[in-house]
Design a protein around this ligand. Structure first.
Ligand SMILES: Nc1ncnc2c1ncn2[C@@H]1O[C@H](COP(=O)(O)OP(=O)(O)OP(=O)(O)O)[C@@H](O)[C@H]1O
Ligand SMILES: [Mg+2]
Length: 484
């Protein structure tokens, strides 16, 4: 029986009904095999994704992303105004000079698309005359076009922008926030001098073991680009940490203190919430203030210490303590203030004088301390001028910024807006359900999202107990463990 072929079916030269009948079994077999191969590929891909996500990414995910990027690049550039031109955009029409958009735009070159464990990186080569701003603004459009979690645009290089493409939010994975098990007590790098006799304190403080600036980077978690996140006092001498209640400020401070604890540094705590937050650090602290009066006294002693250090630098013709000869170089001091508002907010006139004394000394420390090895880490829920006079002056000294989840846009703006306006929106988008996620300053320019590690209390206690003997005695200050 000859199969019915409709009249309107396209005529293929040489194709007869007999031949079609002869090829039919082969055609059906090929179709079945193709479908089977596709199904097998899909199933294998899903299985591979579950059991070996990294292999899946390199073998399947990344090549597909690369295809998507290449395929959508032209449309993306045209729609997001990323094109350049090699022709003049003005021309003469009769007696008129007209200006317009180029009809034949030139696409910037998307190149060096490389797979990474977190997604991919790529470089865009700009045409002469192109500026990076439109690329920074198009980050969201790129993420949509390429169906990825986010695209970060680094515009610091001349003539090119670097893209970091994140396929998923690495900070929301359970691994990112945990990490307690990966923490080990670092062996003390060098024993800091411990002065048992307060008379000896000044000498001991200046002859205590030396920390080069590199010792002052405390790893506190992971950045979204897969690198380790460090609060580095060599990059930014003072830091501001803001976040709503329960956003992870104290957890972050715990992680940093646990790192610094094994280094030759003096740690001073100012915790006017009655010492609730910093009490676990007490054995390793060189001083702890649990109310504002104590804070004012401790900060006054530290200001006096910076003046002593200034004199020492003058005597040796040094411009900072790192230029001093090793035997006389004083130990770095890190002052941690947990909840800044407790220093500023006043209820009575007596409170006002005390608050003014404490906050003026804190501001002076921040202004003078950087070159003298005195560093300030300030945490608080808000840092606006509503707290009192001098807050904005203090904030201006705290160049390192960390903004955890906040409840109001003003706090994000106050923390990041003056330095990195484009980071404010990223800070506002932090999910309150994922604790410890922050937008932080990175190196000398730029910002990045990161997540702190959660250090279980018993682990922190072990680190503090193991390093308590390293707490130096500072002039005029009594370590909390030695108080009656
Ligand atoms: N990086 C993190 N990973 C997992 N959980 C975290 C992380 N950071 C904080 N948390 C959780 O959030 C809780 C609150 O954190 P934390 O006490 O540090 O907040 P806070 O900002 O200091 O709050 P407050 O302003 O009330 O003092 C912690 O008990 C911890 O369970
Ligand atoms: Mg806290």
């Amino acid at each position: 029986m000859t199969p019915w072929i409709p009249d309107f079916a396209p005529r293929i030269p040489g194709l007869t009904v007999e031949r079609l009948q002869a090829w039919l079994p082969t055609i059906i077999t090929v179709a079945v095999v193709l479908v089977a191969v596709v199904v097998a590929l899909v199933v294998t891909s899903r299985l591979l994704r579950r059991v070996a996500p990294r292999t899946h990414w390199y073998l399947i995910g990344f090549p597909l992303l690369r295809l998507r990027m290449r395929h959508s690049w032209r449309h993306l550039c045209l729609n997001a105004d990323l094109t350049g031109t090699d022709r003049p955009t003005t021309g003469q029409l009769g007696p008129l000079l007209v200006k317009g958009r180029p009809i034949m735009p030139v696409l910037p070159l998307l190149t060096r698309i490389r797979p990474r464990s977190f997604g991919a990186t790529a470089v865009i080569l700009l045409h002469p005359g192109q500026v990076p701003e439109p690329f920074v603004n198009a980050a969201e459009a790129m993420a949509h076009a390429w169906q990825v979690h986010a695209v970060r645009v680094d515009a610091r290089l001349r003539g090119r922008v670097r893209l970091t493409i994140l396929t998923a939010d690495p900070l929301t994975s359970p691994r990112a926030g945990a990490g307690g098990g990966a923490w080990t007590i670092e062996p003390p790098q060098r024993s800091a001098a411990v002065a048992s006799d307060p008379q000896d304190a000044i000498t001991k403080s200046v002859t205590a073991a030396v920390a080069v600036p590199a010792d002052l980077a405390a790893e506190v978690g992971h950045r979204e680009d897969g690198q380790r996140w460090a609060i580095d006092l060599a990059t930014f001498p003072h830091w501001l940490i803001t976040g709503a209640t329960q956003s992870g400020k104290s957890t972050l401070i715990n992680a940093a203190v646990a790192r610094w604890a094994s280094r030759p540094v003096a740690l001073v705590g100012i915790d006017c919430k009655g010492g609730m937050e910093l009490a676990p650090h007490a054995p390793r602290l060189s001083a702890l203030a649990t109310d504002r009066a104590e804070a004012a006294d401790i900060l006054a002693e530290l200001v006096a210490e910076t003046q002593r250090r200034m004199r020492l630098c003058r005597q040796h013709g040094a411009r900072n303590i790192w230029q001093l000869p090793e035997p006389v170089r004083p130990v770095p001091v890190i002052v941690v203030v947990d909840e800044l508002a407790e220093l500023y907010l006043v209820a009575s006139r007596a409170d006002k004088d005390e608050a003014l004394r404490a906050t003026t000394h804190l501001l002076r420390l921040a202004q003078l301390g950087a070159a003298l090895g005195v560093h300030v880490i300030v945490a608080g829920q808000r840092v606006g001028s509503d707290l009192g006079p001098g807050v904005t002056a203090l904030r201006a000294q705290l160049a390192g910024r960390i903004c955890l989840q906040v409840n109001d846009p003003e706090t994000a703006d106050m923390t990041l807006g003056d330095l990195y306006p484009d980071a404010v929106e990223a800070a506002q988008q932090i999910d309150p359900a994922v604790k410890g996620v922050a937008v932080t300053t990175a190196e000398h320019s730029g910002w990045i999202r990161a997540r702190s590690v959660y250090l279980p209390p018993e682990h922190l206690a072990a680190v503090i107990a193991g390093t308590a003997h390293l707490a130096p005695v500072l002039p005029g200050l009594t370590p909390p463990e030695r108080r009656e």
